[in-house]
Design a protein. Structure first.
Lengths: 412, 412
């Protein structure tokens, strides 16, 4: 017995006037989702709690059964893990942007003109830098996409209780990193980060790539803005908790990072991009193949959330139909007698809001032993009448693992 | 976008034999509640948790999003705030009754014959009293209604861990105030209260008003019974938590007090009495006007609970219809494109029980973006089939604030 969980990021929505008062899930043609709803049991799920808009990181932690209010230690570490960095206990991770500052340290562009090329070359110039005053601190810097990168500090006595240098807006000064608590560790960490930031600026300012960018009239990527100080959370791996092998089929660094943090194996799927262009059938194939070796396969599809942030209802509908095609492939190529298949979202991203909202998400689970209810279609409205009632994100993984007999008895 | 929350105190009930097995909400003609249920999303709500009868204070704390198990510090402070007293951090508040005791300190009447006149005069005689042994302790005493009043002690080292002097029944001795824990503060506070109670008794015994009452054959109001030691709870104001302006339209002191404690502005509505005679249309007008300045307007109507405590089903039905008229006025005089309107109760008060019970209450929410379900009528039974499922009181305010985009994302 195996489980496939397919998650359509931001797929849930609210009724939309332009769609005749329907949600994109109601409008989209979703024969496979509907089949799962019809033959399975449905419900709605508050990933965090009713009304609370989940972040992507906390949502996924909760969905995998880890209470973010207990284990969450910031987002940066998941980004670092997700782009393949090796993060150890105590390592301090940041998300970073290459930015453009002027000589007064005013932020002219938080994304250095959304620099598209050379990010890796610049990152290499920063990776491994040493500070004279703190020779024991190791610095790792890795480029991810466009202007984005990750910084890791390794060494004793580092604290995540420090502020961001990223002001989040432009035409203001770079923020000095400050300790967020009165501790020697936080004060020392802030000092290290301010010195390091200055050193990075020196290196970037004179880097040949920036000399070239200036000559071409482009904004130089002459500064590294840091945000989201984060350390590895203490998590009992999902593989140990349930005695399973677990695979993650996801393209986005953050999702890959959360999956890795909870102990899943990652797979690279050619054509899986984490955008609306992603090759869902390639992901479906990877999932089906994964079931030969793994008990639990998690498939993350990002596109519907991107479309929602763009306020593009039609694209969201198309993306939902792509996710449905993914589910169709899985349904067609697996044995229904040995598979529990679930479909849900991590949060509602209403087209009208373009941001995560706190409305519950629909959930449908089909498989042997599931108590099928009378719900006929997969949507936010239909699933609310289902036999699962209204559950919390934290309860999803135990619910799924229970169907395959992997949850330990509590008490005797 | 704005929110109006209308709360019919104790409005929920159980099926009543004399009503043909229906609840008062099912029998009452409630076109506006039904409209909200029909066009909106419904559910049932456990104000505290399933089966637990909520107190009025804890119910309202929960409904505003404050976990009473974490923040509740007794009821007296809300009564004090609700009658307009200025309560500061560390102040110790009590609810009090003027009572009649005999020379052996036996309680003859806990309400001094439900004294109707002169309460304010008596209170003034007690307000500002000084104890010789504790000259640094400030004493404020304020009359509220009939025999009821509030005592506040201000000074260093006061503890709320002291017992009541009010025995809650008659023909027994006044209780000595005892420390409820072994601490210097609790012991000192008990000593202060016992001395103060004696001093109050001396003053009241010889007060001209009581001399007159005795001459008229009335019971003298010669004692102050204290109960519910309470201090100001530490609460993040609702206004800061959600970045909103919030208005409370309520007449009862307790409800006003809870609203003030969570940071709402209060308004006095002529004709709003906190009884079955209250002018609901005056309250509705105040709510609608409030929406010009406030993001969140809370309207509390007490009468249905009074009728329930009296076991008067017909009066409860009439009161529910009055609350429906209030909702009708709000619906008629607001723009449905910019208003989220919710109707619920704080607890079930079954006519057959005449006390708060732990059954869930019905909830209906109508407004832009709400996922309308198939519920057609507002009642305890109908709403249980709604798209909100079953939520906790704690989740109500986040749920409402989410519809107007006021809940901060949790995580990134």
């Amino acid at each position: 017995m195996m489980v496939v969980l397919v998650l359509g990021d931001g797929m849930a929505d609210r009724p939309i006037k332009e769609l005749g008062g329907l949600t994109p899930l109601q409008v989209a043609k979703t024969p496979s989702m509907d089949k799962i709803a019809k033959l399975g049991v449905c419900g709605i799920m508050d990933t965090i709690s009713p009304g609370v808009p989940p972040g992507s990181d906390t949502a996924h932690l909760a969905i995998f059964g880890y209470d973010p209010s207990k284990v969450y230690e910031g987002r940066g570490v998941f980004e670092a893990l997700g782009i393949g960095l090796d993060v150890k206990k105590g390592d301090l991770c940041f998300r970073s942007n290459f930015a453009t500052v002027d000589e007064r340290m005013m932020v002219l562009d938080r994304r250095a003109g959304r620099i598209e090329e050379g990010g890796e070359e610049l990152a290499n110039a920063l990776d491994g830098v040493k500070l004279e005053s703190f020779p024991e601190i190791e610095v790792a810097f890795k480029h991810s996409t466009e202007h984005r990168g990750v910084l890791i500090l390794r060494g004793r006595g580092l604290s995540r209780m420090v502020s961001d240098s990223d002001p989040q807006v432009e035409n203001v000064s770079v923020h000095k990193v400050l300790p967020l608590e009165r501790s020697r560790e936080a004060e020392r960490t802030a000092r290290i980060l301010n010195m390091l930031t200055e050193k990075f600026h020196e290196i970037l300012q004179s880097h040949p790539l920036n000399v070239k960018r200036r000559a071409e009239g482009l904004l130089p990527a002459n500064f590294v803005l840091l945000r989201g100080a984060s350390v590895l959370p203490k998590l009992e791996p999902i593989t140990e908790r349930y005695g399973i092998k677990a695979l993650c089929v996801a393209a986005g660094a953050l999702y890959r990072g959360v999956c890795k943090a909870v102990g899943m194996d990652l797979i690279d799927v050619p054509g899986a991009t984490g955008t609306v262009e992603t090759d869902v059938i390639a992901k479906a194939k990877a999932a089906v193949e994964g079931l030969l070796k793994y008990d639990f396969v998690f498939v993350h599809v990002k596109g519907a959330d991107n479309a929602s942030h763009d306020g593009n209802a039609q694209q969201k509908i198309r993306m939902i139909e792509k996710i449905d095609a993914l589910l169709g492939y899985v349904l067609k190529n697996t044995d229904k007698d040995e598979l529990v298949i679930a479909v849900t979202a991590d949060h509602t991203t209403p087209i009208a809001v373009r941001e995560h909202a706190g409305d519950p998400v629909p959930l449908a689970i089909m498989g042997p032993g599931v108590r099928a209810d009378s719900v006929q279609r997969y949507s936010e409205i239909d699933c609310a009448e289902g036999g699962l009632g209204r559950i919390r994100g934290l309860d999803l993984t135990p619910t799924l693992m229970n169907y395959i007999g992997r949850v330990k008895k509590y008490g005797e």
